[in-house]
Design a binder for this molecule. Structure first.
Ligand code: ZN
Length: 315
């Protein structure tokens, strides 16, 4: 089954990039996209990608009024006629994202129009990561980069693209709790603070995720869910999950109207280490200190993160 789904998805990518004009143009454009690499200190590096086609996603209006007034682009009835899909069980469709960041980029919407909320859906995310083991699955919360906060969806991008998996091998980590079957950890020195979970036991991961969710909800009180981005993948017989608690949707630079403006709306991929700048001027001028500043604004500060670890370690 696992191989079957991965193969069907690979076939879908191949045929859509060949046959769908919009996808063909944007995947070809992506292969020539300008990219820069920065070291943020220690062994931690990030890439910046100039990607003009992402302007619609980065600058998406996600307030309730704008959302209710537009036609939902993830509802099956509104998909472009050229868009083909692979069904995943009775609930999900796997689609090729026609505005890619990754050389292989998928959108995985629920078949029904229902809100973007992770509680109760984390297990599905793990199942997906296991079945599509050439990909990293990611989730953007409704106020953390999802451009369709009204329609539940995951995305997926091919492994080896976001630097965070490499960071996992090179950056020193501290274990919060665990045993031989499962570990919860964090990077000792990492500007974008995240909790890392690793195990082949789905039940433990789901239980830990629920605990983290509750603590984050208590600490921040955010509605409709504590703000977060999640990355999940399956590698060498284990799941590896990164959970980024969020403080802010968009940094001040996003809204600035002076020369300091940087149109960057951070979501999972940015936190995974590939920052997307849809405007060329931002791509040219952005510096490592801008990136450190932006990560600092949108993710948790030291004291909140330490409190989260303390509460989580006692559960
Ligand atoms: Zn919809």
């Amino acid at each position: 089954m696992q191989q079957q789904l991965q193969n069907r998805v690979n076939q879908l990518l191949k045929s859509q990039i060949q046959e769908w004009e919009l996808a063909a143009k944007n995947y070809l454009g992506l292969s020539g996209a300008l990219k820069k690499h920065f070291l943020l200190g220690g062994d931690v590096g990030v890439d910046v990608q100039y990607n003009p086609e992402r302007i619609y996603s980065s600058s998406a209006k996600v307030d309730t009024k704008s959302i209710t007034e537009r036609k939902c682009f993830l509802c099956p009835a509104h998909l472009p006629s050229q868009q083909k899909s692979v069904g995943l069980g009775k609930d999900y469709l796997i689609l090729v994202n026609p505005f890619p960041i990754f050389p292989r980029h998928l959108t995985i919407p629920h078949r029904n129009h229902q809100p973007q909320l992770i509680l109760g859906n984390f297990g599905t995310m793990l199942n997906l990561a296991r079945e599509l083991d050439e990909f990293e699955i990611f989730y953007n919360g409704p106020r953390c980069g999802a451009s369709a906060p009204d329609h539940f969806h995951f995305q997926a991008g091919n492994k080896g693209f976001m630097p965070i998996l490499e960071d996992f091998l090179t950056v020193h980590r501290t274990v919060i709790k665990g045993n031989k079957d499962a570990r919860a950890m964090y990077f000792d020195k990492y500007i974008r603070k995240c909790i890392i979970l690793q195990s082949n036991e789905k039940q433990i991961l789901t239980h830990w995720f629920d605990q983290l969710y509750q603590i984050m909800a208590q600490m921040t009180g955010h509605e409709p869910e504590p703000m977060m981005n999640i990355l999940a993948s399956w590698d060498k017989g284990q799941w590896l999950v990164f959970i980024f608690p969020r403080m802010l949707h968009r940094p001040w630079q996003y809204f600035d109207e002076t020369q300091q403006k940087i149109l960057l709306s951070p979501a999972s991929v940015d936190l995974g280490g590939v920052l997307i700048t849809p405007r060329e001027e931002d791509f040219k001028k952005i510096t490592p200190s801008d990136i450190i500043d932006i990560f600092g604004q949108v993710t948790w500060n030291d004291s909140n993160f330490e409190k989260l670890i303390e509460l989580f370690s006692k559960t």
